[in-house]
Design a binder for this molecule. Structure first.
Ligand code: SF4
Ligand code: SF4
Length: 428
């Protein structure tokens, strides 16, 4: 039987709308080819693996998840960095990031979500409601969180369609009570996931999982480090793809394959080999997360004569920068380490969040950027509010800034390209 037939049978068993799903898989390769293949040269050879993974986005990995489920593993769908992978992995589960990066699925949330909802929420829920995402379909439970208002209300809508557990994330930073509350919430999450998985969390399992997830993050950090070179050995588009895949691929395989890519990038830096000419204008992109296949801004910048060398986003540095010591003899002690690590992520949903400005200024210096692109999605209040103050703060720090507010539609791509080209012209 051909792979296509077996995949169709697998998707059908998962309740997928095959006609719509075929349409989706029909357009993705064309977009990928335009963005990744036609417009780039001299990419690292290690990108071949990531190209293969994205080319078979709903095939092999879904087969692995079907098998994992048959082996008694729980599959957990998440939508935010604040839901710790470590806990899921320690309970012998699989964590899958379910945020959506295309407006293909918007038809499915008409009359379900208000139109002034951010593109990320619309896309993620659309994939679920439209039955076009096998990852969503196969998940035993979805874990939401109380970050932005849009997500908080989205979980109520989602719960009509699927088992959802909502974890309360604090809104304030730097208060002892917020930390204590977050630790309590992590304990409640453990209890919930123990019930779903039928397994019990032990300190040993949690420490092992923390070690594994730390190794995975460390490999991404290595790739990012190489992007500080001039010329960078890897494009922003390729780095973004690597981060996006890290949200749903097997962590052990990621450690190996991102590690190999990091080796190659380090070698290229040693030889002065770049993916773009030396002194190409270097851009740091900061803002809302970019879920697969949201490559819009990266593509615009990198086809306008610039290169993105760092992302201060949840699909960038926020994913791997903060760390913890692997110390602790009890589950409670380890959960405190996890809580402190996660509370060190500077997401705009928190108040006050001045540490994010510090992060961007630091990263702009470390990556020696020529300018910062502040990226917000329409109807995303937290990041739009911060973009205004950030623009002022960064300018005061002598950093050139361009703010772009957009969504997943392609209609404004020409206009954004004109603004990006003009911005690149202004960079010395
Ligand atoms: S931007 Fe904030 S709410 Fe969104 S995934 Fe990142 S940490 Fe979570
Ligand atoms: S992009 Fe903004 S509005 Fe959308 S889910 Fe993330 S924080 Fe919420």
């Amino acid at each position: 039987m051909a792979a296509d037939d077996t995949n169709h049978q697998m998707w059908e068993k998962l309740g997928i709308d095959l006609a719509k799903h075929d349409q989706l898989l029909g357009v993705l390769p064309t977009i990928y080819k335009q963005v990744y293949v036609d417009s780039q040269q001299n990419r690292p050879k290690g990108m071949g693996f990531f190209e293969f993974v994205i080319g078979d986005v709903h095939g092999i990995r879904i087969k692995e998840l079907v098998q994992a489920k048959a082996d008694g593993k729980m599959i957990v769908g998440t939508f935010c960095l604040y839901v710790p992978d470590e806990i899921i992995v320690a309970l012998d589960g699989v964590s899958i990031g379910l945020c959506g990066g295309t407006n293909f699925s918007n038809y499915a949330i008409e009359g379900v979500l208000p139109t002034n909802t951010c593109a990320l929420i619309k896309s993620a829920l659309g994939f679920g409601f439209g039955k076009i995402c096998p990852y969503y379909a196969i998940a035993d439970i979805l874990v939401g969180e109380t970050t932005c208002d849009g997500k908080k209300k989205a979980w109520e809508v989602l719960a009509k369609n699927k088992a959802v557990y909502v974890m309360e994330t604090p809104q304030l930073k730097g208060r002892t009570q917020a930390r204590t509350h977050f630790i309590d919430e992590l304990k409640a999450l453990v209890k919930q996931l123990e019930d779903v998985s039928g397994k019990r969390l032990t300190a040993e399992k949690l420490r092992d999982a923390m070690e594994k997830i730390s190794k995975k993050r460390a490999q991404l950090r290595r790739v990012y480090e190489t992007r500080k070179a001039n010329p960078p050995p890897i494009s922003g588009k390729d780095s973004l793809l690597v981060s996006q895949i890290a949200f749903y691929d097997d962590p052990d395989r990621q450690i190996e394959m991102v590690g190999k890519l990091a080796d190659e990038c380090e070698e290229r830096v040693g030889k002065g080999e770049g993916v773009v000419p030396k002194d190409t204008k270097r851009i740091l992109l900061s803002g809302t997360p970019q879920a697969v296949p949201n490559w819009k801004l990266h593509d615009i910048v990198e086809t306008s004569g610039g290169v993105i060398v760092c992302e201060e986003t949840c699909t960038g540095t926020r994913y791997f920068e903060s760390t913890y010591e692997l110390k602790g003899d009890t589950v409670d002690e380890l959960l405190e380490r996890i809580a402190d690590r996660y509370l060190g992520i500077n997401c705009a949903c928190f108040s006050p969040n001045t540490a994010r400005t510090d992060d961007i200024v630091r990263l702009a210096r470390e990556y020696n950027v020529d300018g910062v692109l502040l990226y917000t999605l329409s109807f995303c209040d937290p990041y739009q509010y911060e973009a205004v103050s950030l623009e002022n703060d960064l300018k005061k720090a002598g950093i050139k800034v361009l703010s772009i507010n957009t969504d997943y539609a392609s209609e404004d791509a020409g206009q954004i390209k004109t603004r990006v080209e003009a911005f690149l012209e202004t960079l010395q």
